[in-house]
Design a protein around this ligand. Structure first.
Ligand code: IMP
Ligand code: MG
Length: 182
């Protein structure tokens, strides 16, 4: 799998060191508050598991599963919610966790939907944020790493559902994106 990478951006120790820092920040910000973490599946699975074990606060954990369709002609990609019921977040401080902030379509749709459940606050934490203009006005409150606008895989991030179990994050070789079956 690692041979499919053009280059490694962040190895496992680098990721975990950064998670120590973000976890400290989150723990300070949410001390004494009713925190509900909502992880967006499947991309945030590794990130969630490693980050939450570094946050020594009482918290509730829920997951949301969505499918986004990219590459269509519309300005904002369509986001399909796979659950019927939303997590109960009434009066709670919600922290959304996702793997990567790209166009902003996914997180903006999720945030809008969660607002209807009347949480006290919603913040966003992403492992990666691409340096580019967003199609939707979404800002992350906590960011692991800023990256260039390149397609990356590993540590939860996939290309056609592969590479999620790579322990590092890297740029996928361009020819594999163009011809994934070869
Ligand atoms: P957005 O809605 O465009 O912000 O995209 C968010 C979702 O697109 C992420 O949760 C990922 O699943 C996927 N995505 C965007 N960029 C990448 C990438 O470079 N590698 C893997 N998945 C990506
Ligand atoms: Mg994905």
């Amino acid at each position: 799998m690692q041979a499919d990478l053009e280059r490694v951006l962040f190895d496992e120790p680098t990721i975990l060191r950064r998670l120590d820092e973000i976890a400290t920040q989150i723990s300070e910000d949410y001390r004494g508050r009713e925190l509900t973490v909502i992880a967006i599946l499947n991309g945030s699975l590794m990130f969630m598991a490693d980050l939450l074990r570094r946050i020594p606060l009482p918290l509730k954990l829920d997951c949301l599963s969505v499918a986004s369709y990219h590459g269509k002609a519309q300005t904002s990609g369509e986001v399909i919610f796979k659950q019927i019921a939303l997590p109960d977040v009434m009066d709670r401080h919600v922290l959304l966790l996702d793997d990567i902030l790209d166009s902003g379509g996914t997180l903006s749709a999720i945030r809008e939907k969660l607002q209807t459940a009347k949480p006290r606050s919603i913040r966003i934490c992403v492992l990666l944020q691409k340096k580019k203009a967003r199609q939707q006005p979404v800002d992350a409150d906590y960011v692991g790493f800023e990256i260039e606008d390149e397609f990356v895989v590993g540590y939860g991030l996939d290309f056609m559902e592969r590479y999620r179990n790579l322990p590092c994050i890297g740029v996928l070789r361009k020819e594999l994106i163009a011809r994934p079956n070869e």
